[in-house]
Structures are given as structure tokens and as C-alpha cells.
Design a protein around this ligand. Structure first.
Ligand code: FES
Length: 160
């Protein structure tokens, strides 16, 4: 959805606005569908929403930052969470991080250039018996090993 110069193409949002044309209070579903389009909520998109719904940008931001489901930073289509709580750390999360960094060229909190993958660190998912634990697009994967992790991530990215 992003053009070469970094500007965001907002035209796909027209369909979303059309869907909620008669519903002035549809801010949350509009935000959800906008995020589904871009993977996060770009500033330009929030400005466009404010303009179309005739509400202040501050209000749009207020709602977007209130709910944990919304992301204001660019995020990959796929999200890999690596647990680095004590049990997972001891059982090998650092080696998983190195493998991800080598294979996809991204570290914690970063997203690949093509927007496919974001890596995040989390702390204890309550599944320490399965350490080290990784979560790929909400799917929990226990006792992860570097090669297995890279393989699964590649498969998931290719699956779309
Ligand atoms: S430390 Fe990773 S699940 Fe508990």
C-alpha cells in the first residue's frame, strides 16, 4: 500500500468509508479495517478518517491509542513474538533471536523492508514448561529451535 516515495496510498480506504457511510459512530470498525489494509494505522490514514467523520484528529488518536489492538507504528503482516522471560531465556531464546536476525535481518521491534515480518520480545507467556516459546501470528510454538523457527516463519510468510 505504500508508494516508492513513502507516501501512503489512501484510495483503498474509500471502500471502508463507503461501507460505513450512514454510520457516523463507526470510528472503531473503520480503524480496524484501516489497520487490516495497512497492517497498522498510518498518520495519513488517521487524518483522512478525522476529515471524513468530521471529528478532530485528537479524538481519532485518542481512540487509536486507547485500544491495545491498534498499532500506530508500521508492523509486518506477520508477527513473531519471542518470549525472553527467565525460563525461555535460559532455554535458548537468545539463539532464536540470532537466527531470526541472520535470516530476516531484523532485531526486536523491527519489521522487514517488505513489511512481511515484525519481531517482538515478550516476557513470560505462562508456558514456561514449553520454553523457549515463540508465538507466530497468535499460534504458540513451544520448545523452539532456531532452524525449526526459521522454517516455520518462512512457511508462514510464503503461505499468503
Ligand atoms: S518465560 Fe517464557 S513462557 Fe514463561
Amino acid at each position: 500500500m505504500s508508494r516508492g516515495n513513502g507516501a501512503i496510498d489512501l484510495s483503498p480506504m474509500e471502500e471502508v468509508f463507503a461501507r460505513y457511510a450512514d454510520q457516523p459512530n463507526a470510528l472503531i470498525p473503520i480503524l480496524q479495517q484501516t489497520q487490516a489494509l495497512y497492517g497498522y494505522l498510518p498518520r495519513e490514514a488517521l487524518e483522512r478518517i478525522a476529515e471524513r467523520l468530521r471529528i478532530s484528529l485528537a479524538k481519532v488518536y485518542g481512540v487509536a491509542t486507547f485500544y491495545a489492538q491498534f498499532y500506530l507504528e508500521r508492523r509486518g503482516r506477520h508477527v513473531l513474538k519471542l518470549c525472553d522471560g527467565t525460563a525461555c531465556h535460559v532455554k535458548g531464546t537468545p539463539t532464536l533471536l540470532v537466527a531470526v536476525e541472520e535470516e530476516f535481518n531484523i532485531g526486536p521491534g523491527e519489521t522487514t523492508e517488505d513489511g512481511q515480518l515484525t519481531v517482538e520480545i515478550v516476557y513470560c507467556l505462562g508456558s514456561c514448561a514449553l520454553a523457549p516459546v515463540a508465538v507466530l501470528d497468535e499460534r504458540v510454538m513451544g520448545r523452539m529451535r532456531p532452524e525449526m523457527l526459521v522454517r516455520r516463519v518462512k512457511r508462514q510468510i510464503g503461505a499468503r
